[in-house]
Design a binder for this molecule. Sequence first.
Ligand code: NI
Length: 238
Amino acid sequence: MDTGKKKYIYILFLLLLYLGVMWENKHQQEKTQSLTDDSAKEVITAGNDVSAYQERKKVALTFDDGPGESTKKLLDGLAEREVKATFFVVGEKVEQYPDIIARMKEEGHLIGNHTYSHVQLNALSCESAMEEIRKNSDVIEQIAGERPLYLRPPYGECTKSMKNQLDMFLVLWDVDPLDWSVQNTECIVQSVLRDVEENDIILLHDIFDTSVEAAFQIVDSLTKENYEFVTADELMFP
Ligand code: NI
């Protein structure tokens, strides 16, 4: 081989080597670029999730007069949907269903007082009224390990002097579909979905199957409308 040919092959070799190195570099750059794009996308998606979470409208489901036969099914459905609710329980029923009360507590629901024997407090003497409340708190405390801080007086009524004597917060309601009276799932759901607004407290009774079924439909519908279900204390003291 003459010197010219050798030179020619040498230059060709260098050229191929150069092209090879360039190709590899470009390939690496593309890889890095696509990785960066993906991470950027992840950050943006996470950002959107956070803002969507912050914009969710709060609402509270509250259940009075239980626990009862339907409460277990209600707790199952709420757990499935990862929803927390508030239960204003009656002492006589608490004694019948201690396991249900323990489960409420364990699953993060708020347990409130609805008197020991579901009495209309303002028809009683202040002393008897306080005894009804205290007795129920005792029963709840024995099972749940702490005294309830929230009271819903049956029929929403108690006197001013009772209120002054109480060391508890009163919780009434904003949306009342009269579920105990209609006992029709579709009517209850329609009534609640028509009336509900942000930060509302919804009143239902977990002693009726129709109300439990309605609660599930209400949760499913309102979740799609960007509502978030919280316990009553979270609405009162955000
Ligand atoms: Ni009641």
